[in-house]
Write a new protein. Structure first.
Length: 478
């Protein structure tokens, strides 16, 4: 940037855009397809019956629609959609484009004659569309195919066999050849584009890519001739001289369709392509700047901090107050399993760092949603009973405390028995060793540690089986 700022503006070619303008247009072009894919996938999740097929075939649909849009802009503005946004265009290389002829000064003197000769031919337009949309599509598909075949190639799955047909063997040979040659072809393609970019930067050519050099396509800026050429023309009154015959029914129908259907539709499409798409590009660039700016990050931190300090409703406050008033249970590790209270056999560790019997913790996490439902029901019953006891002021404080103690003991015993039966139903629980399960009142659903109550990342709900898929339990070998 310091180099360009130190140059004399009078010595520069006003017709030739800088490399930074072309790079900005290319970067914006690479953002279009991911943005459209994100929007389509977002709405496909809400309306899968209508949009799921479109989301699965997004690459082909994007190729067709983008090609149509790019063809429109190349036809009218001699440039792609993003290049037109930056005021750039593509022109055909003519002898006057060479630096020794001072083509920019000649174009200023007689712009109509020069611009008509510089317009892209049909082949150049097709090559430009292929460079904009086709190369990105092919590189994405070939890269995906290479990743699939490379994994088979390194595992020796692409081997010919006598059991295969000749066609299958030829296909395998072609796949092996593709895996070997694709990295070299990709490197050659990138190096050729890099060499073209360096030549454009040094001023030896006005084409910044390999295909544009090969098909004699240069880059230039939009001028007054391009804007005047695309201005809406004044409608001319076409009247047939000395016509006595009235219009036929077919002519009347065509005139009505042309006046009320064809012309309004064409004007709407032209207005949408000329106004909506630049507005969408501006919105996309603004969102890109917003996500990368420090102001957005600080604002997000402030919002998250404000959400953390929001006062919860009174019902939640009462639950938190009762939770903090309850004495916390302290777990001490030992040789016994916290779930079955028997010496640990086949030890296994979970994400929170606690060790259990493998069968006990696996069965507990798999069916934890059933246990949590029962515990939640019991907690609701105890809370309703506590509220009834508080409203009844006629009873004495001694009777009330004794009743609460007895009720707490019975609920605790019931919870321990149910959890013990669901975790290890085949084990006999002796009367002198009543199992004690360390649960947390913060458990709101299954898939949590039975001691800390923290959510385990390896436990995921399976809708088909109606239980948790347990992953992340690691066996210990001593």
């Amino acid at each position: 940037m310091e180099y360009y700022s130190s140059l004399d503006a009078s010595q520069l070619d006003s017709e030739t855009p800088t490399l930074f303008e072309i790079i900005s247009a290319n970067q914006l072009e690479t953002l279009l397809s991911p943005s459209l894919r994100y929007v389509l996938v977002h709405y496909a999740q809400k309306y899968p019956g209508r949009l799921l097929k479109l989301a699965n075939n997004f690459d082909e649909l994007n190729l067709v629609l983008r090609s149509i849009v790019e063809w429109y802009f190349l036809k009218h503005w001699q440039g792609s959609f993003t290049e037109n946004f930056y005021g750039l265009k593509r022109v055909s290389q003519i002898p006057l484009s060479l630096p020794k002829y001072a083509g920019s000064k000649v174009a200023q003197l007689v712009p109509s004659m020069i611009e008509e000769r510089r317009r892209l031919s049909l082949l150049q337009k097709i090559v430009s569309i292929f460079e904009i949309t086709g190369t990105a599509y092919l590189l994405e598909k070939l890269g995906y195919k290479y990743e699939l075949l490379y994994s088979k190639f390194i595992t020796n799955q692409l081997q010919e066999s006598d059991n295969f047909t000749p066609l299958q063997n030829r296909t395998i040979r072609f796949q092996r050849l593709f895996v070997k040659l694709y990295p070299y072809l990709q490197t050659i393609w990138r190096l050729s584009n890099l060499a073209a970019t360096i030549m454009y930067l040094s001023g030896k050519t006005k084409a910044p890519s390999f295909l544009s050099i090969l098909f004699r396509i240069n880059y230039s800026r939009l001028n007054s001739y391009d804007y005047s050429r695309n201005e809406p023309s004044v409608p001319s009154s076409k009247s047939l001289v000395n016509r006595n015959r009235p219009l036929s029914n077919t002519e009347q129908l065509l005139s009505v369709l042309s006046r009320y259907l064809i012309k309004p539709t064409g004007l709407t499409i032209k207005y949408g392509l000329g106004t909506f798409f630049p507005l969408a590009i501006f919105t996309l660039k603004f969102l890109e700047w917003w996500n990368n700016s420090e102001f957005a990050q600080t604002l997000a931190k402030l919002q998250s901090h404000s959400l953390e300090t929001i006062v919860p409703p009174p019902s939640v406050l009462s639950m938190l107050r009762t939770y903090h008033e309850k004495p916390s249970k302290i777990y001490k590790s030992g040789n016994t399993c916290p779930l079955c209270k028997v010496e640990i056999s086949n030890p296994a560790i979970i994400e929170t760092g606690y060790v259990f019997c493998y069968t006990c913790i696996h069965n507990y996490l798999r069916d934890s949603h059933k246990l949590v439902k029962d515990l939640v029901k019991m907690e609701k019953n105890t809370e309703s009973d506590d509220e009834d006891d508080e409203t009844d002021q006629s009873e004495s404080e001694n009777d009330e405390s004794a009743f609460n103690n007895e009720k707490a003991d019975t609920t605790a015993l019931n919870e321990k028995k149910e959890i013990e039966e669901s975790v290890s139903p085949d084990r006999d629980s002796p009367s002198n060793t009543t199992p004690k399960v360390y649960t947390s009142p913060e458990i709101s659903r299954g898939g949590r540690c039975p001691i800390t109550g923290k959510k385990l990342l390896g436990c995921k709900w399976n809708e088909l089986k109606g239980e948790f898929d347990v992953d992340g339990v690691r066996r210990l070998i001593f």
